[in-house]
Design a protein around this ligand. Structure first.
Ligand SMILES: [Zn+2]
Length: 280
């Protein structure tokens, strides 16, 4: 294991720090820095090093990529990193191919290696931050990530389970162009003081209508199981960041038109101001 880690992390500045800290076994788990009692959200004039959490179907990728575009930082999804490595001849592409062909899970070490290299490449290109999507999924990954880079803020996107279920069951993909749509119309009364949630469907253009398919794993039983597994795994990760006062919990009030302005508000971002400062 040690040899493999050394090989994987060779010539990486992030990795060097990871290795050094890993040698001291207690360091990763117990290290904590002083933090204010609320997540400090001051996106102006500083690096954006954010993590987006959220259960499957919540639209995490959509909001992470919109914010990336607005803030001029990359949206880094670990699933994409794995796909890119597989389609390239990168240092772990052979190893990944074997893992994927055997239907095994990609190890934390490989994911962190891909991520470290991606962040390093970004840093050398002058990227001023990132929004991570789909990582970390476990506390162990969160601890390793702490050694690789600083995370300023973790945005946890939430929706009630019945809304998520309806949303997942409404998902459709065009078998021809690959675009994603959603045929569900959601109108859920808010309970326990929560606001009502309304989401319009995201309907396909006429030429896609006859080619729509659903993912075979978007059935009620499978979606419910997926949510249960997600909640079980993500709870400790949420607690990890909550303890560091880095968590911003955000319940989506609806679809993109309702959510986007409210999300910007919660993040202390003014869309026009950000756009102006980018063109100045
Ligand atoms: Zn289409």
């Amino acid at each position: 294991m040690a040899a493999m880690t050394t090989r994987l992390f060779r010539s990486s500045t992030y990795a060097v720090s990871f290795l050094q800290r890993s040698l001291s076994t207690a360091a990763a788990a117990t290290e904590s820095k002083p933090h204010s009692s609320h997540p400090r959200i001051d996106p102006k004039g500083k690096n954006i090093q954010w993590v987006f959490l959220g259960c499957p179907g919540v639209g995490k990728g959509t909001y992470a990529s919109r914010l990336s575009a607005l803030l001029g930082v990359p949206h880094i999804a670990t699933g994409d990193l794995v796909r890119e490595e597989l389609s390239s001849s990168g240092p772990v592409s052979k190893q990944l191919e074997e893992i994927v062909n055997q239907g095994k899970l990609v190890s934390d070490e490989i994911i962190i290696d891909l991520l470290s290299r991606r962040l390093e490449k970004g840093e050398s290109k002058g990227e001023s931050g990132f929004i991570l999507d789909g990582f970390p999924r476990t506390v162990r990954q969160a601890e390793i990530l702490t050694d690789v880079t600083d995370i300023d803020l973790v945005v946890n996107l939430k929706l009630p389970e019945n809304v998520l279920l309806e949303k997942c069951l409404g998902r459709r993909i065009c078998s021809q162009c690959g675009k994603n749509f959603n045929v569900a119309t959601i109108n859920v009364k808010g309970e326990n003081g929560n606001p009502d949630i309304s989401m319009a469907p995201l309907l396909p253009p006429p030429h896609c209508v006859s080619k729509l398919i659903s993912r075979s794993d978007d059935t009620e039983a499978i979606v419910q199981e997926r949510l249960r597994v997600y909640n079980e795994k993500s709870q400790p990760v949420e607690d990890f960041y909550r303890a560091q006062k880095k968590m911003l919990e955000f319940v989506l009030p609806g679809g993109i038109p309702e959510t986007w302005p409210k999300l910007l508000e919660a993040l202390n971002l003014d869309e026009n101001e950000v756009k102006q400062s980018a063109t100045a």
